[in-house]
Design a protein around this ligand. Structure first.
Ligand SMILES: C[S@@+](CC[C@H](N)C(=O)[O-])C[C@H]1O[C@@H](n2cnc3c(N)ncnc32)[C@H](O)[C@@H]1O
Length: 413
């Protein structure tokens, strides 16, 4: 019988797996660490690469630790709990440098600062499925459930609610999904999605839960506000931000604050700011005092509603909000130009046609905030014709997972 290959892990790539070579072929392996030598069982062979599974670790990394979460092996959420947090910086920075080489054709030699997160209990939001056994996360790239009684990357108070909900008859009440969100002041918004047609059919004792807001969605998607107004609020030193269950907010408050403080130190004062993919308006509102006019573009209607409310509550007069999706048909009039543009897109990045048409309208700085280094580096390959990179920082927004947030500051060449 052919022996299992033994391979040395060269690096971790952007999907969180390690790669190594055997007989000229690249192998992808989960749960490994660079410089480890592992014996693997071949799972899947393609022409140019193969996938393998660890059978044994022949040479172990000094950074290997026991994953603290009992669901780590099956749950699709975290990728790096088996690695000492101090080494995540090296892995994530190398993933970004490699993508800059491959996608942007840039060999970025300058330093990339890595801003660490609290390694656990940092998430302010979780969405869970419901089955007969209770609440669950999903296995990687699958719809298979992993029932949990806690999640170590989620805020501890949210974990308390998970424990309580697991003791209730959610499944029998046709609840299929649950979203729990916590504000900085630790107020909780619980959203339940049910297959019920009528609230009178619900037999859950929701009053026993220590939460501030409960929204229940019926089968026809109608919301019923069972407790509170269905809103949360976050305060910063200068501003107040309202939001609800469906609005985008960064999931890690500690890291989000670090990004805001950093941007406040690099964004230069000017006449006009364009804030693209603006959500509930955080950047427009933070920078309202250093620009005369701000244009803010957001596609999600509910986020636009909260952005308008936030602008009003903060008594701001110089922000124009445009509710529309940015795509190849989005054109900015020739007469407009901007000193600074902030782009904070979803994982898909920015539409190529729109991005090309935007660049000549930026006089000074372009700030790109990205949660997906693959689309960021693809977009950089377009931006680099007109702008140079003055700084790149990684913010570990999604600690223990393969994901991270990157902020790139571009200046006009
Ligand atoms: C990564 S979030 C950034 C939000 C905001 N800048 C913040 O930090 O809170 C991306 C935002 O873009 C919005 N969005 C997604 N696709 C869009 C599109 N094609 N056009 C406009 N907005 C879009 C989402 O609703 C979301 O609010």
């Amino acid at each position: 019988m052919k022996q299992n290959p033994k391979i040395k892990i060269e690096k971790i790539v952007s999907d969180g797996r390690g790669i190594g070579r055997f007989e000229g072929r690249v192998f992808f392996v989960k749960d490994v660490i660079p410089d480890e030598t592992v014996e693997i069982k071949i799972l899947n062979e393609k022409k140019n690469f193969a996938e393998g599974k660890i059978v044994s670790i022949i040479e172990k990394s000094p950074y290997r630790i026991t994953p603290p979460c009992k669901y780590f092996k099956e749950c699709g959420g975290c990728s790096f709990q088996h690695i000492d947090y101090r080494f995540h910086k090296i892995i994530k920075t190398e993933i970004l440098r490699e993508l800059l080489r491959m996608n942007s054709k840039i060999s970025y030699e300058d330093g990339i600062e890595f801003i660490e997160s609290p390694p656990y209990y940092y998430r302010n939001k979780v969405t869970l499925r419901v089955n007969e056994e209770g609440l669950s996360l999903l296995k990687e790239k699958s719809n298979e459930f992993v029932n949990i009684d806690e999640c170590l990357i989620v805020n501890k108070k949210i974990n308390g609610i998970i424990e309580k909900l697991n003791g209730m008859h959610l499944y029998q009440n046709y609840v299929n999904k649950v979203n729990i969100r916590i504000s900085k002041a630790e107020k909780i918004l619980l959203t339940l999605y049910t297959e019920l047609f009528d609230i009178s059919q619900l037999t859950l004792n929701l009053e026993s839960l220590d939460v501030d807001n409960i929204i229940l969605f019926l089968k026809d998607k109608k919301p019923v506000y069972i407790k509170g107004k269905g809103e949360l609020v976050n305060l910063t030193n200068d501003n107040i931000f309202y939001f609800s269950h469906s609005n985008f907010l960064q999931v890690n408050d500690y890291i989000a604050e670090k990004i805001y403080t950093y941007l406040q130190s690099v964004v230069k004062e000017g006449e006009t700011l364009l804030d693209l993919y603006s959500g509930i308006g955080i950047y427009s509102i933070i920078f309202n005092t250093i620009f005369k006019n701000i244009y803010s573009v957001e596609g999600n209607q509910s986020s636009v509603h909260f952005q308008r409310k936030n602008i009003k509550e903060n008594r701001i007069k110089n922000i124009s909000v445009i509710n529309r999706f940015i795509d190849s048909s989005f054109e900015i009039k020739d007469s407009f130009n901007f000193d600074t543009v902030i782009i904070d897109p979803p994982r898909e990045g920015v539409d190529k046609t729109f991005l090309k048409s935007l660049l000549p309208k930026i006089k000074n700085q372009l700030i790109y905030i990205s949660c997906d280094p693959a689309t960021l580096t693809r977009d950089i390959s377009i931006i680099k014709d007109e702008f140079f990179i003055s700084e790149i920082k990684i913010f570990d927004m999604f600690a223990q997972t393969k994901h991270f947030e990157t902020v790139v500051i571009f200046e006009r060449i």
